[in-house]
Write a protein of this length. Sequence first.
Length: 437
Amino acid sequence: MNVADSQRVGSSLEHLGYTFTEKAEEADVIVLNTCVVRQSAEDKALGRLSSLLPLKRQNPNLVINLMGCLVGVRGAEKLRQRLPYVDVFSPPSDPGPLVSFLSQGEIRTLESDETTRRFAMMDDDLILPQHERGRLVSAHVPIVYGCSHACTFCIIPFRRGAERSRPVGDIVAEIRSLAAQGVREVTLLGQIVDRYGKDIPDGPNLAALLRVVHDAQGAEGIERIRFLTSHPKYFTEDLMDTIAELPKVMPHIEVPIQAGDDEVLLNMKRGYNQKEYRDLIEKIRNKISDCSIATDIIVGFPGETEQQFMETYRVLSDLKLDVAHLARYSSREGTVATRRMDDNVTDEEKMRRFRMLEELQEEIVAEINTKYLGQTVEVLFEEKVKNRWKGRTPTNKLVFVESDEDLKGQILPVNVIWTGPWSMQANLQKQPELISV
Ligand code: SF4
């Protein structure tokens, strides 16, 4: 979501006449887009922000914009006092405050002198690559902002606000524009993406939106459609049927379980139990052939006993999912878990549980991926990393191919010759056709 937000800010700044620079020292405007999902992310964002202070001292005209979940949707009064060198505070997904700040005088300066104004986009640990029109293969499109679910551990509803679905027309217009710029794959984003449309009276649901995007005139160049993140409670059979039916919708589902034990799930207020999650995975696998499934898991939630953790281990071991994004529980101020529960699993124990799941998942994925050995799969190539082209299969597996040709943006059949837990190597099956992107 932050990458998508950053691209929108970059695009807004380009409309104002600014150009992108990778060097913060050269920038007239620096946007630091932040994540606070865990304490470590928040610490990193604040550390990065303080590293900009010397630049502001050298150049008092430098505009520093702090954006994202560190600011949140509820105003930034406290932050303003604490961080007086920050000029503009922007909530997540909203370039508005920066655009209006720069439009009050800055633009006249820009038009009246000939110098080029530059901006730098930064997230927590790197400067994002330039917003390269015509060169982006895959793009993220937010379709639902915020979240109204309020899982007890999660800070996101406090920082990103209540759930708001974007109108279909806006989404399709954005996808058309991305297609015109040569984008070949879009990922529709929402904190609970399968709740799309629930806040719009008589609005379309995600399945209906996928159909519209799939067949949208002017977006024919989009060959692959993905979406994330789903919530187990809202993943309907209608949605499964739609994915199975529409060839451009990729068979890859991100649907977090978070914990395997029913009492922990209840304490997390997730809204389902282990059996319901298992049943969902079975249904998805029955309805969508060769579907890969990713999950998220938090270990060391307040009160999680060894026995309860082993329930999570058992589910992961039984279900054999393609990806498990693992996290150690991190207390976030203001959440129900922090206010009412005791963060009583030690850091060492959280790490032990994390490592156990990590090792288990590595074995599972290595085994799943060996099934690709000798198979032909279609890969959408994104970029060249060192001397190898990097791309993804429909199931979102990472594939590397050695080739001197320009494969960027092409979807080509490849033969898988090596598999590991995190990536595969393959050979091109045929010479690439020339497709301009
Ligand atoms: S569904 Fe739960 S974990 Fe996901 S963003 Fe909403 S509150 Fe957070």
